[in-house]
Design a protein. Sequence first.
Length: 425
Amino acid sequence: MMQGYRAQLLRFGADGTALYETDGLLVVDRGADGVARVVDAGSYGAVAARHPDLAVTHWPGRIIAPGFVDMHVHYPQTDIIGAPADGLLPWLANYTFPAESRFADPAHAAEVARFFLDELARHGVTTALAFSTSHPCSVDALFTEAQRRRLRLITGKVLQDRHSPEGVRDETEQSLIDSEALLTRWHGQGRLGYAITPRFAPSCSEAQLTGAGELARRYPDVWIQSHVAENRDEVRWVRELFPKARSYLSVYDDFHLLRPRAVYAHCIHLDAQDRALMHATRTAAAVSPTSNLFLGSGFFDYGAAQQAQMLHGLASDVGGGTSFSPFHTMLAAYYVGREGHTKPGLSLTPGELWWNHTGGAARALGLEGVIGTLAVGSEADFIVLNPAATPLLARKSARASNLDELLFGLIVLGDDRAIERTVIA
Ligand code: GUN
Ligand code: ZN
Protein backbone atom coordinates (compact mmCIF):
# COMPACT_ATOMS: atom_id res chain seq x y z
CA MET A 1 0.00 0.00 0.00
CA MET A 2 1.21 3.50 -0.80
CA GLN A 3 2.21 5.66 2.14
CA GLY A 4 3.04 9.37 2.28
CA TYR A 5 5.40 11.20 4.64
CA ARG A 6 5.10 14.97 4.96
CA ALA A 7 7.90 17.18 6.36
CA GLN A 8 10.73 19.30 5.06
CA LEU A 9 12.31 17.14 2.37
CA LEU A 10 15.96 16.85 1.31
CA ARG A 11 16.83 14.80 -1.78
CA PHE A 12 19.68 14.76 -4.28
CA GLY A 13 19.79 14.87 -8.06
CA ALA A 14 21.96 12.31 -9.85
CA ASP A 15 24.70 14.98 -10.24
CA GLY A 16 24.79 15.69 -6.50
CA THR A 17 22.59 18.80 -6.54
CA ALA A 18 20.65 19.12 -3.27
CA LEU A 19 16.87 19.40 -3.77
CA TYR A 20 14.96 20.87 -0.86
CA GLU A 21 11.29 21.46 -0.10
CA THR A 22 10.22 23.39 3.03
CA ASP A 23 6.90 21.51 2.85
CA GLY A 24 7.55 18.25 1.04
CA LEU A 25 5.89 14.91 0.51
CA LEU A 26 7.62 11.58 0.03
CA VAL A 27 5.45 8.77 -1.34
CA VAL A 28 6.63 5.16 -1.02
CA ASP A 29 5.19 1.82 -2.01
CA ARG A 30 6.28 -1.74 -1.30
CA GLY A 31 7.37 -3.84 -4.29
CA ALA A 32 6.76 -7.55 -4.83
CA ASP A 33 10.18 -8.15 -3.19
CA GLY A 34 8.96 -6.54 0.04
CA VAL A 35 11.24 -3.49 -0.38
CA ALA A 36 9.58 -0.06 -0.20
CA ARG A 37 10.66 2.34 -2.94
CA VAL A 38 10.03 6.00 -3.65
CA VAL A 39 7.18 6.40 -6.13
CA ASP A 40 6.78 10.18 -5.97
CA ALA A 41 8.37 13.13 -4.17
CA GLY A 42 8.32 16.91 -4.23
CA SER A 43 6.38 19.82 -2.79
CA TYR A 44 3.41 18.76 -0.69
CA GLY A 45 0.90 20.70 -2.80
CA ALA A 46 1.94 19.23 -6.13
CA VAL A 47 2.53 15.65 -4.96
CA ALA A 48 -0.58 15.38 -2.72
CA ALA A 49 -2.73 16.49 -5.66
CA ARG A 50 -1.52 13.47 -7.65
CA HIS A 51 -2.48 11.02 -4.85
CA PRO A 52 -5.90 12.07 -3.53
CA ASP A 53 -6.51 9.06 -1.24
CA LEU A 54 -3.00 8.76 0.15
CA ALA A 55 -2.47 8.01 3.86
CA VAL A 56 -0.03 10.68 5.07
CA THR A 57 2.10 10.77 8.22
CA HIS A 58 2.98 14.38 9.09
CA TRP A 59 6.18 15.30 10.92
CA PRO A 60 5.98 19.09 11.39
CA GLY A 61 9.31 20.84 11.92
CA ARG A 62 11.27 17.76 10.88
CA ILE A 63 13.44 17.02 7.83
CA ILE A 64 13.18 13.80 5.80
CA ALA A 65 16.55 13.02 4.21
CA PRO A 66 18.28 10.03 2.58
CA GLY A 67 19.83 7.61 5.06
CA PHE A 68 23.60 7.98 5.36
CA VAL A 69 25.96 5.54 3.64
CA ASP A 70 29.13 4.52 5.51
CA MET A 71 31.64 3.35 2.91
CA HIS A 72 34.09 1.74 5.32
CA VAL A 73 33.62 0.55 8.89
CA HIS A 74 34.84 -2.41 10.98
CA TYR A 75 32.00 -3.86 13.06
CA PRO A 76 34.42 -5.96 15.19
CA GLN A 77 36.20 -2.76 16.23
CA THR A 78 33.13 -1.29 17.92
CA ASP A 79 34.72 -1.90 21.33
CA ILE A 80 38.12 -0.38 20.54
CA ILE A 81 37.06 3.12 19.51
CA GLY A 82 39.47 5.58 21.12
CA ALA A 83 42.41 3.19 21.63
CA PRO A 84 45.51 5.40 21.60
CA ALA A 85 48.61 4.33 19.64
CA ASP A 86 51.65 5.81 17.94
CA GLY A 87 50.17 5.02 14.58
CA LEU A 88 48.45 2.38 12.47
CA LEU A 89 50.84 -0.58 12.86
CA PRO A 90 51.14 -0.53 16.69
CA TRP A 91 47.39 0.14 16.91
CA LEU A 92 46.72 -3.00 14.87
CA ALA A 93 49.11 -5.12 16.93
CA ASN A 94 48.13 -3.87 20.39
CA TYR A 95 44.38 -3.36 20.13
CA THR A 96 42.85 -4.45 16.85
CA PHE A 97 44.08 -8.00 16.42
CA PRO A 98 43.42 -8.98 20.07
CA ALA A 99 39.87 -7.55 19.83
CA GLU A 100 39.22 -9.28 16.50
CA SER A 101 40.49 -12.65 17.75
CA ARG A 102 37.40 -12.81 20.02
CA PHE A 103 35.19 -13.15 16.93
CA ALA A 104 36.06 -16.82 16.66
CA ASP A 105 33.20 -17.10 19.17
CA PRO A 106 29.85 -16.92 17.29
CA ALA A 107 27.98 -15.72 20.39
CA HIS A 108 30.35 -12.78 20.80
CA ALA A 109 30.07 -11.97 17.09
CA ALA A 110 26.26 -12.05 17.25
CA GLU A 111 26.14 -9.78 20.29
CA VAL A 112 28.47 -7.19 18.74
CA ALA A 113 26.64 -7.39 15.37
CA ARG A 114 23.36 -6.48 17.09
CA PHE A 115 24.92 -3.60 19.01
CA PHE A 116 26.71 -2.35 15.89
CA LEU A 117 23.56 -2.32 13.75
CA ASP A 118 21.61 -0.60 16.54
CA GLU A 119 24.35 2.01 16.62
CA LEU A 120 24.23 2.56 12.83
CA ALA A 121 20.46 3.06 13.04
CA ARG A 122 20.74 5.50 15.96
CA HIS A 123 23.14 7.55 13.87
CA GLY A 124 21.02 7.47 10.71
CA VAL A 125 23.29 5.13 8.74
CA THR A 126 21.16 2.86 6.56
CA THR A 127 23.87 1.17 4.45
CA ALA A 128 27.44 0.21 5.31
CA LEU A 129 30.30 -1.51 3.56
CA ALA A 130 31.75 -3.25 6.59
CA PHE A 131 34.74 -5.40 7.44
CA SER A 132 34.01 -8.51 9.50
CA THR A 133 37.01 -10.52 10.80
CA SER A 134 38.92 -13.49 9.37
CA HIS A 135 36.49 -15.87 11.11
CA PRO A 136 33.67 -17.01 8.78
CA CYS A 137 31.21 -17.01 11.71
CA SER A 138 31.74 -13.25 12.10
CA VAL A 139 30.39 -12.78 8.56
CA ASP A 140 27.41 -15.05 9.21
CA ALA A 141 26.65 -13.10 12.39
CA LEU A 142 26.50 -9.71 10.68
CA PHE A 143 24.58 -10.93 7.62
CA THR A 144 22.07 -12.80 9.80
CA GLU A 145 21.32 -9.71 11.86
CA ALA A 146 21.24 -7.40 8.80
CA GLN A 147 18.84 -9.77 7.03
CA ARG A 148 16.52 -9.73 10.04
CA ARG A 149 16.42 -5.92 9.74
CA ARG A 150 16.07 -6.01 5.91
CA LEU A 151 19.13 -3.79 5.53
CA ARG A 152 21.14 -3.08 2.44
CA LEU A 153 24.54 -4.08 3.82
CA ILE A 154 27.81 -5.40 2.42
CA THR A 155 30.50 -7.33 4.26
CA GLY A 156 33.02 -10.11 3.81
CA LYS A 157 35.54 -12.40 5.46
CA VAL A 158 38.88 -10.71 6.07
CA LEU A 159 41.83 -12.36 4.30
CA GLN A 160 45.09 -12.23 6.27
CA ASP A 161 47.39 -15.23 5.96
CA ARG A 162 50.67 -13.53 6.97
CA HIS A 163 52.11 -10.89 9.30
CA SER A 164 49.14 -11.54 11.54
CA PRO A 165 49.14 -13.16 14.99
CA GLU A 166 47.64 -16.51 15.92
CA GLY A 167 43.93 -15.98 16.50
CA VAL A 168 43.30 -13.82 13.44
CA ARG A 169 45.69 -15.33 10.86
CA ASP A 170 43.96 -17.58 8.32
CA GLU A 171 45.25 -20.29 6.00
CA THR A 172 45.64 -19.46 2.32
CA GLU A 173 43.67 -22.20 0.62
CA GLN A 174 40.95 -22.49 3.28
CA SER A 175 40.48 -18.70 3.35
CA LEU A 176 39.54 -18.71 -0.32
CA ILE A 177 37.24 -21.71 0.05
CA ASP A 178 35.52 -19.98 3.00
CA SER A 179 35.19 -16.71 1.08
CA GLU A 180 33.52 -18.40 -1.86
CA ALA A 181 31.15 -20.36 0.39
CA LEU A 182 30.08 -17.17 2.20
CA LEU A 183 29.73 -15.30 -1.08
CA THR A 184 27.52 -18.02 -2.52
CA ARG A 185 25.42 -18.19 0.64
CA TRP A 186 24.83 -14.45 1.13
CA HIS A 187 25.44 -12.31 -1.96
CA GLY A 188 22.09 -11.17 -3.38
CA GLN A 189 20.04 -12.56 -0.48
CA GLY A 190 17.52 -9.75 0.06
CA ARG A 191 19.61 -6.59 -0.07
CA LEU A 192 22.83 -8.15 1.16
CA GLY A 193 26.06 -8.04 -0.80
CA TYR A 194 29.40 -9.83 -0.43
CA ALA A 195 32.79 -8.10 -0.47
CA ILE A 196 36.05 -9.96 -1.13
CA THR A 197 38.15 -8.53 1.70
CA PRO A 198 41.96 -8.75 1.62
CA ARG A 199 42.83 -6.84 4.82
CA PHE A 200 45.74 -4.97 3.17
CA ALA A 201 48.69 -6.01 1.03
CA PRO A 202 51.11 -6.58 3.96
CA SER A 203 48.77 -9.15 5.55
CA CYS A 204 48.18 -11.19 2.39
CA SER A 205 50.59 -13.57 0.67
CA GLU A 206 50.92 -13.38 -3.10
CA ALA A 207 49.02 -16.67 -3.32
CA GLN A 208 46.14 -15.22 -1.29
CA LEU A 209 46.02 -12.03 -3.38
CA THR A 210 46.10 -14.14 -6.55
CA GLY A 211 43.18 -16.20 -5.22
CA ALA A 212 41.24 -13.06 -4.29
CA GLY A 213 41.73 -11.70 -7.81
CA GLU A 214 40.55 -14.98 -9.34
CA LEU A 215 37.48 -14.99 -7.13
CA ALA A 216 36.74 -11.42 -8.18
CA ARG A 217 37.02 -12.40 -11.86
CA ARG A 218 34.54 -15.23 -11.40
CA TYR A 219 32.04 -13.02 -9.53
CA PRO A 220 32.04 -9.70 -11.37
CA ASP A 221 29.22 -8.06 -9.40
CA VAL A 222 30.53 -8.61 -5.87
CA TRP A 223 32.43 -5.89 -4.02
CA ILE A 224 36.13 -5.80 -3.15
CA GLN A 225 37.33 -3.88 -0.07
CA SER A 226 40.76 -3.23 1.36
CA HIS A 227 43.08 -0.52 2.68
CA VAL A 228 45.72 1.43 0.79
CA ALA A 229 48.27 4.20 1.40
CA GLU A 230 47.06 5.08 4.88
CA ASN A 231 50.28 5.52 6.82
CA ARG A 232 53.90 6.25 5.87
CA ASP A 233 55.35 3.25 7.75
CA GLU A 234 52.81 1.01 6.05
CA VAL A 235 53.71 2.42 2.61
CA ARG A 236 57.41 1.79 3.30
CA TRP A 237 56.64 -1.79 4.39
CA VAL A 238 54.70 -2.46 1.19
CA ARG A 239 57.65 -1.18 -0.86
CA GLU A 240 59.87 -3.76 0.89
CA LEU A 241 57.37 -6.59 0.48
CA PHE A 242 56.55 -5.86 -3.16
CA PRO A 243 59.78 -4.36 -4.56
CA LYS A 244 58.69 -4.80 -8.18
CA ALA A 245 55.39 -2.92 -7.83
CA ARG A 246 55.31 0.68 -9.12
CA SER A 247 53.35 1.83 -6.05
CA TYR A 248 51.27 0.51 -3.16
CA LEU A 249 48.05 0.91 -5.18
CA SER A 250 49.56 -0.87 -8.18
CA VAL A 251 50.09 -3.99 -6.04
CA TYR A 252 46.31 -4.40 -6.07
CA ASP A 253 46.20 -3.70 -9.80
CA ASP A 254 48.84 -6.41 -10.37
CA PHE A 255 46.49 -8.90 -8.66
CA HIS A 256 43.40 -7.69 -10.61
CA LEU A 257 41.76 -6.14 -7.57
CA LEU A 258 40.93 -2.72 -9.03
CA ARG A 259 37.56 -2.38 -10.76
CA PRO A 260 34.06 -0.93 -10.31
CA ARG A 261 32.76 -1.84 -6.83
CA ALA A 262 36.32 -2.08 -5.47
CA VAL A 263 36.61 0.26 -2.48
CA TYR A 264 39.93 1.21 -0.88
CA ALA A 265 40.01 2.92 2.48
CA HIS A 266 42.22 5.98 3.08
CA CYS A 267 44.04 6.63 -0.26
CA ILE A 268 46.13 9.34 1.43
CA HIS A 269 49.66 8.76 0.15
CA LEU A 270 48.86 8.39 -3.56
CA ASP A 271 50.53 10.07 -6.52
CA ALA A 272 49.03 11.39 -9.76
CA GLN A 273 49.53 8.06 -11.54
CA ASP A 274 47.70 6.25 -8.75
CA ARG A 275 44.78 8.67 -8.97
CA ALA A 276 44.62 8.22 -12.74
CA LEU A 277 44.57 4.44 -12.19
CA MET A 278 41.73 4.78 -9.66
CA HIS A 279 39.75 6.76 -12.20
CA ALA A 280 40.55 4.47 -15.17
CA THR A 281 39.47 1.36 -13.26
CA ARG A 282 36.45 3.10 -11.59
CA THR A 283 37.87 2.08 -8.21
CA ALA A 284 36.53 4.10 -5.27
CA ALA A 285 38.20 5.72 -2.26
CA ALA A 286 36.56 5.56 1.18
CA VAL A 287 37.67 8.70 3.03
CA SER A 288 37.81 8.45 6.82
CA PRO A 289 38.83 11.80 8.27
CA THR A 290 38.21 11.04 11.96
CA SER A 291 40.34 7.91 11.69
CA ASN A 292 43.10 9.66 9.77
CA LEU A 293 43.22 12.45 12.35
CA PHE A 294 43.04 10.06 15.32
CA LEU A 295 45.79 7.71 14.07
CA GLY A 296 47.85 10.59 12.64
CA SER A 297 47.75 9.02 9.18
CA GLY A 298 47.55 12.19 7.11
CA PHE A 299 45.12 14.26 5.03
CA PHE A 300 43.08 13.05 2.06
CA ASP A 301 43.64 15.41 -0.88
CA TYR A 302 40.12 16.33 -2.03
CA GLY A 303 41.40 18.75 -4.65
CA ALA A 304 43.54 16.13 -6.35
CA ALA A 305 40.77 13.53 -6.08
CA GLN A 306 38.26 15.85 -7.71
CA GLN A 307 40.73 16.80 -10.43
CA ALA A 308 41.38 13.12 -11.18
CA GLN A 309 37.60 12.45 -11.10
CA MET A 310 38.22 9.69 -8.58
CA LEU A 311 35.09 8.11 -7.13
CA HIS A 312 35.07 8.81 -3.42
CA GLY A 313 32.80 9.12 -0.40
CA LEU A 314 32.86 9.32 3.36
CA ALA A 315 33.33 6.62 5.96
CA SER A 316 33.61 6.38 9.74
CA ASP A 317 36.32 3.69 9.79
CA VAL A 318 35.29 2.78 13.33
CA GLY A 319 37.31 1.73 15.37
CA GLY A 320 40.25 3.75 13.89
CA GLY A 321 37.54 6.37 13.44
CA THR A 322 36.26 8.01 16.58
CA SER A 323 32.52 8.16 15.92
CA PHE A 324 29.63 6.43 14.17
CA SER A 325 28.10 9.85 13.59
CA PRO A 326 28.00 11.02 9.97
CA PHE A 327 27.84 14.58 11.34
CA HIS A 328 31.20 14.13 13.07
CA THR A 329 32.67 12.57 9.93
CA MET A 330 31.39 15.41 7.72
CA LEU A 331 32.78 18.03 10.11
CA ALA A 332 36.19 16.32 10.15
CA ALA A 333 36.08 16.18 6.33
CA TYR A 334 35.40 19.91 6.32
CA TYR A 335 38.50 20.56 8.44
CA VAL A 336 40.64 18.26 6.28
CA GLY A 337 39.25 19.77 3.10
CA ARG A 338 41.09 22.97 3.91
CA GLU A 339 44.41 21.10 3.63
CA GLY A 340 43.89 19.70 0.17
CA HIS A 341 41.63 21.68 -2.09
CA THR A 342 42.03 23.20 -5.54
CA LYS A 343 40.89 26.58 -4.16
CA PRO A 344 43.22 27.28 -1.24
CA GLY A 345 41.44 28.30 1.96
CA LEU A 346 38.14 26.85 0.84
CA SER A 347 36.82 23.48 1.82
CA LEU A 348 33.88 21.33 0.80
CA THR A 349 30.44 22.96 0.88
CA PRO A 350 27.71 21.63 3.19
CA GLY A 351 25.96 20.17 0.15
CA GLU A 352 29.16 18.43 -1.03
CA LEU A 353 29.82 17.01 2.44
CA TRP A 354 26.27 15.68 2.69
CA TRP A 355 26.40 14.23 -0.85
CA ASN A 356 29.70 12.50 -0.02
CA HIS A 357 27.95 10.66 2.82
CA THR A 358 24.73 9.79 0.90
CA GLY A 359 24.24 9.73 -2.88
CA GLY A 360 27.93 10.25 -3.70
CA ALA A 361 28.93 7.36 -1.46
CA ALA A 362 26.20 5.22 -3.04
CA ARG A 363 27.51 6.09 -6.50
CA ALA A 364 31.06 5.22 -5.43
CA LEU A 365 29.73 1.84 -4.24
CA GLY A 366 28.08 1.18 -7.60
CA LEU A 367 24.63 1.70 -6.05
CA GLU A 368 23.65 4.80 -8.01
CA GLY A 369 19.87 5.04 -8.34
CA VAL A 370 19.44 2.33 -5.70
CA ILE A 371 20.04 4.25 -2.44
CA GLY A 372 21.29 7.61 -1.20
CA THR A 373 19.15 10.18 -3.02
CA LEU A 374 15.42 9.42 -2.46
CA ALA A 375 15.02 9.69 -6.23
CA VAL A 376 11.87 8.12 -7.68
CA GLY A 377 12.49 4.38 -8.10
CA SER A 378 15.18 4.21 -5.40
CA GLU A 379 14.86 2.32 -2.13
CA ALA A 380 13.10 4.11 0.71
CA ASP A 381 15.85 4.14 3.34
CA PHE A 382 15.45 7.51 5.03
CA ILE A 383 15.95 9.42 8.24
CA VAL A 384 13.81 11.96 10.06
CA LEU A 385 15.98 14.77 11.40
CA ASN A 386 15.02 17.14 14.19
CA PRO A 387 16.82 20.43 13.45
CA ALA A 388 15.85 21.64 16.94
CA ALA A 389 17.15 18.58 18.82
CA THR A 390 19.26 20.62 21.25
CA PRO A 391 18.78 24.19 22.50
CA LEU A 392 21.80 25.45 20.55
CA LEU A 393 20.84 23.57 17.37
CA ALA A 394 17.30 24.99 17.65
CA ARG A 395 18.67 28.56 17.78
CA LYS A 396 21.05 27.89 14.91
CA SER A 397 18.40 26.23 12.71
CA ALA A 398 15.88 29.02 13.39
CA ARG A 399 18.40 31.55 12.08
CA ALA A 400 19.31 29.63 8.90
CA SER A 401 18.33 31.71 5.88
CA ASN A 402 19.06 29.07 3.24
CA LEU A 403 19.68 25.34 2.83
CA ASP A 404 23.48 25.59 3.13
CA GLU A 405 23.16 27.34 6.49
CA LEU A 406 20.66 24.76 7.73
CA LEU A 407 22.89 21.83 6.66
CA PHE A 408 26.02 23.45 8.05
CA GLY A 409 24.36 23.96 11.44
CA LEU A 410 23.52 20.25 11.55
CA ILE A 411 27.03 19.23 10.42
CA VAL A 412 28.73 21.36 13.08
CA LEU A 413 26.32 20.87 15.99
CA GLY A 414 24.54 17.61 15.12
CA ASP A 415 24.92 14.11 16.49
CA ASP A 416 22.64 11.14 17.22
CA ARG A 417 20.23 13.43 19.09
CA ALA A 418 19.26 14.98 15.75
CA ILE A 419 18.30 11.58 14.29
CA GLU A 420 14.71 11.18 15.40
CA ARG A 421 13.95 8.08 13.34
CA THR A 422 15.61 5.80 10.83
CA VAL A 423 13.27 4.11 8.37
CA ILE A 424 14.47 1.01 6.52
CA ALA A 425 12.83 0.18 3.18
N1 GUN B 1 44.94 -1.51 7.69
C1 GUN B 1 44.84 -2.84 7.84
N2 GUN B 1 43.88 -3.16 8.73
C2 GUN B 1 43.37 -2.00 9.16
C3 GUN B 1 42.34 -1.66 10.09
O1 GUN B 1 41.70 -2.51 10.72
N3 GUN B 1 42.09 -0.33 10.26
C4 GUN B 1 42.76 0.62 9.59
N4 GUN B 1 42.45 1.92 9.81
N5 GUN B 1 43.74 0.34 8.72
C5 GUN B 1 44.02 -0.95 8.51
ZN1 ZN C 1 39.60 0.26 7.92
